[in-house]
Design a binder for this molecule. Structure first.
Ligand SMILES: [Zn+2]
Length: 395
């Protein structure tokens, strides 16, 4: 050992004495280890059997055979993926609904436009008390979702009221929702979207549009979308779907994707997802950026069931497993700043983890039009870790 090597090793020795954890896994102290699962983390292109060690609420190490004196979750035979992020739900309508999604593996939530300026305080209060990070999109219709159409009366698309509401709640309002279907906005769709952009642009926020069965063609509406905006219900059937009768994606849709507009599933229960549309859109090579459930408690018993079930529909439709997981994790994390450090299992990230079971068998999946298809695989929620703590499973 020469002089320089001696000093270097002496320095390391001193550091080890003061900070024993720098020696690595053997000396490390962990709070929780998820053991023996197939870890799939598309953010790092990882797909391998690994242990995931967690300390102080963060991912501390991912390696084979981590041993330490810590609480463990046995994940043998299961998938271990980043906590799921659902960017289109209505979970903040009630105080205890976000917790229901948490048990499904959903560790990040957006309430997408349940309320407008007049009652935005209600979902914001529920989002604040949610166990997982939860933000809301403000409906451009100031009275929120209405059975006879949020903005059928165009005066409800009140720019000043929405701006004022966002100004008071910058930390909790993550964007503006514009529902554009015929039965929601009638002939006002274009004007509603224009006003939503007016509001959003004052705060550099994204707009999420609810497409499908609009009165205006998408060739008129889509040029109003900017980078970072989200199109939900991308598999909605005509009138005005994203694909033409010959199976070609509309040029305005291709252009929107190219400039950074995101395309989202928005499963929901009526009008949004039809299998033949999914077939032709996926066949055209136009894959979703993100999945979302459009969650409500009613969806738990029909159509949606839970987020892992919604993801499983795309396994049936032929999407590879790692892509399916990316749509519910890392891709979704890019859509809203609150999730930017999530959707990944990289060391140092908040320790949000979903343990899922991929079962083989015969499983029925529903679209929104009464058509069932049978798939051979389905993902089931098994355990959820939020901020390094195991949460109660669904009872
Ligand atoms: Zn919705």
């Amino acid at each position: 050992m020469n002089r320089r090597q001696f000093f270097r090793s002496a320095a390391v020795g001193a550091a080890v004495a003061r900070f024993p954890n720098v020696l690595g896994a053997k000396a490390a102290k962990y709070d929780l280890i998820v053991k023996g699962g197939r870890v799939i983390d598309p953010s790092r292109k990882l797909d391998a059997v690994r242990d995931v060690a967690i300390a102080d609420g963060r991912i501390a190490a991912i390696a084979a055979n981590i041993t330490a004196d810590a609480e463990t979750i046995d994940a043998h035979g299961k998938l271990v993926v980043p906590g799921l992020i659902d960017i289109h739900t209505h979970a903040a309508r009630m105080k205890d609904w976000p917790a229901m999604c948490l048990a499904d593996g959903v560790t990040g939530l957006i309430d997408a436009g349940s309320q407008g300026a007049d009652h935005i305080a209600d979902p914001i209060a529920n989002a604040k008390s949610a166990p997982q990070p939860c933000r809301v999109l403000i409906n451009i219709g100031r009275a929120g979702i209405l059975p006879d159409g949020d903005t059928m009366d165009i005066n409800r698309a009140d720019v000043a009221a929405a701006r004022e509401a966002i100004g008071r709640n910058r930390d909790m309002i993550a964007g503006v929702k514009a529902r554009l279907s015929r039965d929601v906005a009638g002939p006002n769709d274009f004007e509603v979207l224009k006003r939503a952009q007016e509001v959003a642009s004052s705060f550099q926020l994204p707009v999420m549009i609810h497409m499908g069965q609009t009165m205006s063609p998408l060739s008129k509406l889509f040029p109003l979308l900017k980078s970072g905006d989200v199109v939900t219900h991308m598999f909605a059937p005509p009138p005005n779907s994203i694909v033409d009768d010959d199976g070609h994606i509309l040029p305005e849709v291709m252009a929107a994707r190219k400039r950074g507009v995101r395309f989202d599933l928005g499963n929901g229960r009526s009008g949004h997802l039809r299998w033949d549309m999914a077939d032709s859109i996926l066949k055209a090579g136009f894959l979703p950026d993100t999945f979302s459930t459009d969650w409500t408690p009613e969806g738990r018993t029909s159509g949606v069931i839970d987020f892992p079930n919604v993801m499983s529909k795309f396994l049936m439709l032929g999407m590879p497993l790692d892509h399916v997981i990316a749509c519910a994790t890392i891709n979704a994390s890019h859509a809203f700043p609150v999730f930017h450090d999530r959707g990944t299992l990289k060391v140092g990230a908040p320790a949000d983890v979903a343990v899922l079971e991929l079962r083989e068998g015969s499983f029925e999946f529903a679209d929104n039009f009464g058509n069932n298809r049978t798939g051979r695989q389905r993902l089931f929620p098994s355990a959820t870790v939020l901020g390094g703590k195991r949460v109660a499973s669904r009872g």
